[in-house]
Design a protein around this ligand. Structure first.
Ligand code: ATP
Length: 428
């Protein structure tokens, strides 16, 4: 396992800020407790990840449908799900410097910062509270959802009746979740507001082991093929029985070797029929053959969006002799292609380049750059992961072709302008 590499993390955070991937939230007001904002390039990368996820797990499958539920649900949801009682972390406080830590994250009896004495651990509920309506009364107290999962259970019957799906089938959702984390930190790895992509896959109890294995494979395929993350940096951790979440009978954490250590990226859990039983007094599903009602069981693959972005950035970041490259898969890159006129002061080159740029923009996110020399422009695009750069020169005006340069091999070839879209699409 790789040792902690704080300098790599610093470089990634600095690149993210400089190039517009991720900024500190509310920065001009001094920030807010490890909140981060996605900038112009970050939002593209993040949307690409979310869209690929939806395509792979919803669009291309017959056994999946999606929903987009409210962030704030009836508080009874969290009572029934067990979150109000169980969704807590053990918190210890340093008696000297008053800093708080998660007891399960530290290995000593003393404060990791000042070595002061720590208090006894107490359970701290992670649900983020607010008030619905104008009066700040207890009766109006509600919670921002701490996971997207519960809506899939609460909406189960409506989805079933409207979509007419039969077991096995899944409900997918992407969206924000909120947790009052004791110690947010490590950039976008642990924040109090974050985004999830979750699937609740409904099955018959007898099939749980088989479906668990199927989803385990799907998750590997997502991480290594779709996101292109280096396989050797991903590790499965079988969560010990005593450490399982209150709803789970089996959980595998998929961990990634982040620069700050090996940490959870995603999870796969067998939630039994715990959730549907909590929410429905009557069995919400009927057996097709004997018409008897029963509670489907659930396998849940869960994916953090922000941790996906971070893993992809850490994995793609490469320092070469005279350049920094983000070797992102083309499908993830914020810009698929950049267009340059060879010389800024030749209007006919600029006009031709802009024409190509406008045409490509109909299909892709495209960058345009006419500053400095070509070398600097390549450097700038390499650093943000743009897989292709197209240069318009004098020959282009005669022959309707351009030079296309590959980010990773740095090789250049001549290609007809009319072939550009096909060429780029073929690489996505
Ligand atoms: P951890 O042990 O790191 O606190 P968890 O096991 O509580 O995580 P889950 O409840 O399984 O996490 O949440 C599902 C996924 O949501 C995680 O695998 C992770 O990708 C993401 N996630 C959870 N908490 C956060 C957070 N505070 N910030 C960013 N992503 C998060």
């Amino acid at each position: 396992m790789k040792k902690q590499d704080n300098s790599l993390m610093e470089k990634i955070i600095s690149l993210c800020k400089r190039r517009g991937f991720v900024f500190p939230g509310s920065e001009i007001y001094g920030g807010l407790a490890n909140s981060w904002d996605y900038g112009p390039l970050g939002v593209e990368l993040k949307n690409n990840i979310k869209n690929l996820w939806w395509k792979k797990f919803v669009q291309e499958r017959d056994d999946m449908v999606g929903i987009d539920a409210s962030l704030i649900m009836n508080p009874k949801v969290w009572e029934s799900s067990g979150h109000l009682k169980e969704f807590s972390d053990p918190l210890v406080e340093c008696k000297k410097c008053k800093k708080r830590f998660r007891a399960d994250h530290i290995n000593s009896n003393n404060c990791p910062e000042c070595k002061g004495e720590l208090s006894q651990p107490r359970q701290f509920n992670l649900m983020l509270k607010t008030f619905l309506g104008p009066a700040e009364e207890r009766v109006n107290e509600v919670y921002f959802r701490p996971e997207t999962a519960q809506a899939m259970f609460v909406d189960f019957k409506n989805v079933l009746e409207s979509s007419r799906k039969k077991l096995p089938f899944g409900i997918a959702q992407t969206g924000k979740a909120f947790r009052n984390e004791v110690t947010p930190g490590n950039f976008i790895f642990r924040t109090r507001e974050f985004e999830q992509m979750e699937i609740e896959y409904f099955i018959e109890e007898k099939d749980w082991k088989e479906k668990f294995e199927l989803w385990r494979k799907e998750m590997w395929s997502w991480m290594t093929e779709t996101l292109g993350v280096e396989k050797s940096k991903i590790h499965e951790l079988e969560v010990a029985k005593g450490e399982l979440a209150h709803y789970s009978k089996r959980t595998i954490d998929f961990e990634y070797d982040f620069p700050f250590g090996r940490k959870e990226l995603y999870g796969l859990a067998y939630r039994t029929d715990f959730d549907l039983k909590n929410h429905y007094q009557e069995p919400p599903y009927r057996d097709e053959e004997n018409n008897e009602g029963f509670y489907p069981h659930v396998v849940e693959p869960t994916f953090g969006v922000d941790r996906s972005v971070l893993a992809v950035l850490c994995d793609a970041y490469v320092e070469e002799e005279d350049r920094i490259v983000l070797k992102l898969k083309p499908s993830l890159a914020p810009y698929k292609v950049a267009v340059f006129p060879l010389l800024k002061n030749k209007p006919e080159l600029v006009a031709k380049a802009r024409e190509i740029y406008k045409e490509l923009q109909k299909d892709f996110m495209v960058a345009f750059d006419d500053r400095g020399n070509i070398g600097k422009r390549y450097y700038s695009q390499d650093e943000i992961g743009t897989p292709y750069c197209v240069t318009v020169d004098f020959e282009s005006l005669e022959n309707d072709d351009v030079t296309i340069r590959d980010r990773d091999s740095m090789k250049q070839e001549r290609i007809k302008i009319s072939e550009l879209k096909k060429y780029i699409n073929g690489k996505l």
